[in-house]
Write a protein that binds this ligand. Structure first.
Ligand code: ARG
Length: 253
């Protein structure tokens, strides 16, 4: 009996420790990417229904370099980070995911591939007169669940008397900003630039950014896929393709 228990726990240990590896992916012929496609220009559904964006092009380059097909799975951000990765439901996650020390305890990251920041998104003209850090008290601020925007809001805004409203879906938060139901929504800086271009006269950034951050691609902890992604990133940077992707997707103003 004791022996059996040991064997069972040994097996459990092995299956938890097994990371989706380069060899696994090559054997399947498919790299499964998990992404929350509500975050233009990084990942979003185009008018044709296809998921596209800066992250998707990078993920496709990683798959190409491995000689496999890219398969995209849409997963809400709350489920994506980190469960979809740690459970092995996806081989890789790219979703404008910020590299943090906390997250790095449970998942593996590629090197940083994009410098970003958390900022406040308000309706054009800032109807609620939201100002950071001067005028936060009593204001309702939206955050997307499980994002670094929520983490920083918990740390810094709650103590200043802001009321936090948590959204599973970033787009729902934007709709509430537009309708005046919340004073501001915390989001990633490039999404505001993109909104201003796509929907002129509807949104703007209020005040300074809350915190600067870097995005990374995410893998099971210990997986050699992270090194494969780093190799692809280095290739894209050296060949000038990375700059082309920046020009294609990310509006610089
Ligand atoms: N950068 C933030 C984070 O890592 C927000 C990312 C949200 N991404 C998305 N596709 N909805 O927590």
């Amino acid at each position: 009996m004791k022996r059996l228990l040991l064997t069972v726990s040994g097996l459990l240990f092995v299956s938890c420790a097994l990371a989706a590896s380069v060899a696994d992916v090559k054997k399947k012929g498919v790299l499964v990417l998990g992404t929350d496609p509500t975050f233009q220009p990084f990942e979003f559904k185009g008018s044709d229904g296809n998921v596209q964006g800066f992250d998707i092009d990078i993920a496709r380059a990683v798959a190409d370099d491995l000689g496999v097909k890219l398969q995209i799975q849409a997963v809400g951000f709350g489920a994506l980070m980190p469960q979809a990765v740690t459970s092995g439901r996806v081989d890789m996650a790219m979703s404008a995911i910020t590299i943090t020390a906390e997250r790095a305890k449970v998942v593996g990251f590629s090197g940083p591939y994009y410098r970003s920041a958390q900022v406040f998104i308000v309706g054009a003209g800032n109807p609620a007169k939201f100002a950071w850090p001067a005028d936060v008290k009593g204001k309702t601020i939206g955050v997307q669940a499980n994002t670094t925007g929520q983490f920083v809001a918990n740390d810094t805004l709650k103590t200043k008397g802001a009321v936090l409203k948590v959204y599973d879906d970033f787009a729902a938060g934007l709709a509430d900003v537009r309708a005046g139901r919340i004073a501001a929504l915390i989001g990633d800086a490039p999404t505001v630039t993109d909104l201003k271009k796509r929907l002129p006269g509807q949104f703007e950034q209020a005040g300074q950014s809350l915190v600067a951050e870097d995005y990374g691609a995410v893998f099971k902890k210990g997986s050699d896929l992270a090194a494969a992604a780093n190799k692809t990133l280095a290739r894209l940077r050296a060949s000038g393709e990375y700059q082309k992707l920046l020009n294609k997707w990310i509006v610089q103003k």
